[in-house]
Design a protein around this ligand. Structure first.
Ligand code: ZN
Length: 453
């Protein structure tokens, strides 16, 4: 029997397992002594380990952070690293069905996590079973590692590495086919400044999202109202001005986008502050903001307009607020995959402090990069191409981060097929059953290849 036929034989089991896992609302909750990320993620881990135990695999639960099942023998270890936690989902956000009750229609499964990442975990479970059915002599151990805190910090994988160390080869089915061989570095930070003319400012919902709405209470007669409206109108920026006793309340509407692609959004904070400067406002904070950030999203204001053959550095200001007499805002920088964060910080060095404000980057994560012709990347890409016949799509790099940054010798591989949008983190997340079966077949082939290296 060939692999495809064997995989298809597990179709019903795959769907049934996924339905059970989707029904466990594994959103991060209040920690408890036996549930570091709350009861939902813990229960999902227990259920998944139970399935694998019933399959006859050796299973290990590492303190309800993360667990694994293993097959094969040998000194070297191959890891398949997926996650069982999910982001929240609410019916009122536009779900047509209950997000925590998997629904099937015309071969498509709907529910939170059917794609990201419970679907990929279940496909990997079946891949392990097929590998065992095939009786292929395994000279390496293969471990399906299932975490429970990927969406909110990946502390589960930190715990794994602390207890079990790294893997020799690995993939995390939580990105794209035919593989993600580079992930940008990340510098997370803040700026602090003080304004004379802006009494209050607030905007943004999250650090990793381009700010779509920003409101400021601004002292009257510190700028030209006409110049401000002209500037907004010329750029087709939506805005409102409300006249208060002592000040004007200005609200600017931009467009949200993920912080890794800030050029696709319109930053309401930047539009508001650059608009005020263009309208003649003289203010230490406005000056500070416009000279260090302004409208560009390429880091040029911080002297960090850097790029490599895979992409440019990006910068996003996500959230801004007034704290007492100070204004603070979040900065999310994604640095090119082959440029170290040290180089980025060195370039920025002279731009981080001036009399009008300061900038600091307390969070620094190095980029991840494997050459496309490395053994790990080429084996995975070949495994995908052989099963799908798609030899055109090349491995990619991205601005987001996955588990691959937290454990050595690992890249994201699957589970999204090229050019498809599965509405992950959004309403009506879906995946085709045939796509899950195809994923499974690709994982089996990938594991055979990694075993042979
Ligand atoms: Zn995910």
């Amino acid at each position: 029997m060939n692999v495809k036929t064997m995989v298809i034989g597990y179709r019903n089991e795959l769907v049934e397992r996924l339905g059970k896992l989707v029904a466990i609302k594994s959103v991060e909750g209040e920690p408890a002594p036996d549930a570091p990320f709350g009861p939902g993620p813990r229960d999902a881990l227990h259920a998944a380990l139970e399935m694998l135990k019933n399959d006859g695999f050796k299973t290990v639960n590492l303190d309800n952070y993360i667990g694994y099942a293993e097959v094969g023998e040998g000194d070297q270890l191959i890891g398949v690293i997926g996650h069982l936690d999910v982001v929240p989902a609410f019916k009122e956000d536009g779900w047509k069905t209950d997000p925590f009750q998997m629904h099937e229609k015309d071969g498509i499964l709907y529910g939170r996590g059917v794609d990201d990442d419970k679907g990929a975990v279940v496909a990997s479970m079946i891949a392990l079973k097929v590998l065992r059915d095939l009786n292929i002599p395994l000279k390496k151990r293969i471990r399906l590692i299932m975490g429970t805190n990927e969406e909110t910090g990946s502390k589960c994988l930190e715990h794994y590495v602390e207890k079990e160390g790294h893997v020799d080869y690995g993939f995390t089915p939580d990105g794209d086919f035919p593989g993600v061989h580079g992930e940008k570095g990340m510098l997370g930070g803040f700026f602090h400044s003080k304004s004379q003319n802006i009494l209050e400012i607030s905007g943004g919902t999250a650090k990793n999202v381009v700010c779509a709405k920003c409101t400021a209470r601004v002292v009257k007669n510190t700028y030209s109202s006409k110049k401000l409206s002209d500037w907004f109108n010329n750029l087709s920026i939506e805005f409102d001005v409300e006249e208060l006793d002592d000040a004007n309340r200005i609200t600017v509407y931009g467009k949200a986008a993920h912080a890794s692609t800030p050029e696709l959004g319109i930053n309401a904070i930047s539009c508001l502050l650059v608009g005020l400067k263009e309208a003649g406002m003289q203010d230490p904070f406005v000056e500070f903001y416009c000279s260090h950030f302004g409208l560009p999203t390429d880091g040029s204001g911080l002297n960090a307009k850097l790029e490599d053959e895979f992409g440019v550095l990006t910068l996003n200001i996500g959230v801004i607020e007034t704290n007492g007499d100070e204004i603070t805002g979040s900065i999310d920088v994604r640095s090119p995959v082959t440029i170290s964060t040290k180089t980025v910080l060195k370039a920025m060095k002279d731009r981080l402090t001036d009399p009008n404000g300061t900038i600091e980057f307390p969070t620094v994560v190095e980029p991840l990069f494997f050459p496309a012709d490395s053994q790990l990347v080429s084996s995975l890409v070949d495994a995908y191409a052989e099963v799908t016949g798609d030899t055109e799509t090349k491995p990619m790099t991205m601005g987001g981060g996955t588990y691959a940054k937290g454990i050595h010798n690992t890249i994201a591989f699957g589970c999204s097929f090229p050019g498809k949008d599965y509405h992950i983190h959004d309403a009506n997340e879906f995946v085709g059953i045939d796509e899950l079966l195809l994923q499974t077949e690709i994982y089996v082939n990938a594991l055979i290849k990694l075993n042979e290296i």
